[in-house]
Design a protein around this ligand. Sequence first.
Ligand SMILES: NC(=O)c1ccc[n+]([C@@H]2O[C@H](COP(=O)([O-])OP(=O)(O)OC[C@H]3O[C@@H](n4cnc5c(N)ncnc54)[C@H](OP(=O)(O)O)[C@@H]3O)[C@@H](O)[C@H]2O)c1
Length: 330
Amino acid sequence: MSLDKIDLGDGLRTSPQGFGAMALTAVYGGTDDDSALATLEHALDVGVTFLDTANVYGNGSNEELVGRLLARRPGEAQVATKFGVSGDIRTGRRTTRGDAAYVRECADESLRRLGTDVIDLYYLHRVDTRVEIEETVGAMAELVAEGKVRHLGLSEVTADELRRAHAVHPITAVQSEWSIWSRDVETHVVPAAAELGVGFVPYSPLGRGFLAGSVGTQIPEGDMRRTFPRFDADNLDANQVVVETVRRVAGDLGVTPAQVALAWVHAQGERWGLPVVPIPGTRKAARVDENLGALSVRLDTDAMAALDEVSDAVVGGRSADPLWVSSGRE
Ligand SMILES: NC(=O)c1ccc[n+]([C@@H]2O[C@H](COP(=O)([O-])OP(=O)(O)OC[C@H]3O[C@@H](n4cnc5c(N)ncnc54)[C@H](OP(=O)(O)O)[C@@H]3O)[C@@H](O)[C@H]2O)c1
């Protein structure tokens, strides 16, 4: 397994698998800061250095947690954070904002919470469709010119939004949901990213735990997964065929379901001709090791065919609001 850094895009070198910190402040169940920090430290120890947070996670407390790690381990991580969404992501009551003044305000707040002078990768979390994307990205480009940000990224953009943004300032990476059960990005934005030389950062590559087999048949109250149609009780039932296929492939290869789900995502880089760096999240240090093990898993033709085929069987959207994700606006 090679943990050599790869060029995600525009010269940003990251570990080949990243770490998503979102659930280190409660969204999929309880958390505590000490074990969250231990998990983050473990990620750095084993070479997972590309860390993903956002200003809206834990209403700022997720960035503060990452900031505590950076204070302990300066210079070891490539940190990505995001702005543009406010409200409560757990309940789905949130909104977008992308005007220039807000971009500057959010960046300064994130720098303060992270306790750093510069953000390695700064993403627009969601496009504010009331604002021209040129204005939002123009303000983000000023942050680069001022030395507050090194690279720019966009989350859940359409191919057209990506092209318009890239014309204002080089975009290093697109971050969108991409996994065995979320493949809509393959129609427009993945080919556009490949054409423009933009890297891809698949979020929720384990299907928010579903593909790893760690989601039960009932989602508890207060768990963010309740807001997504595919996790409704009936859909969850129908979707068991997906996780059963992942389990079967894992059994055949003698690896775990999480490793199969991640190996499928890693394989998309070769398939589509662009750098692909997924950011699985976990509260547990041992699972960081397990997930990293996916880098050594080769899915043969039969395994890929079975996983590709079962993705057509998925029931229920990945967002209750189709416009919240790129495919709804393509
Ligand atoms: N840009 C966006 O709009 C957006 C949206 C969603 C997420 N993200 C980013 O993407 C990152 C990852 O996404 P995610 O956290 O939603 O979903 P994910 O990485 O697909 O799955 C996380 C879930 O899987 C479980 N898990 C992790 N490793 C496992 C393993 N080896 N075996 C069994 N279960 C395992 C975790 O439970 P435990 O904690 O119990 O291990 C957790 O519930 C986030 O942290 C965030 O940084 C971005």
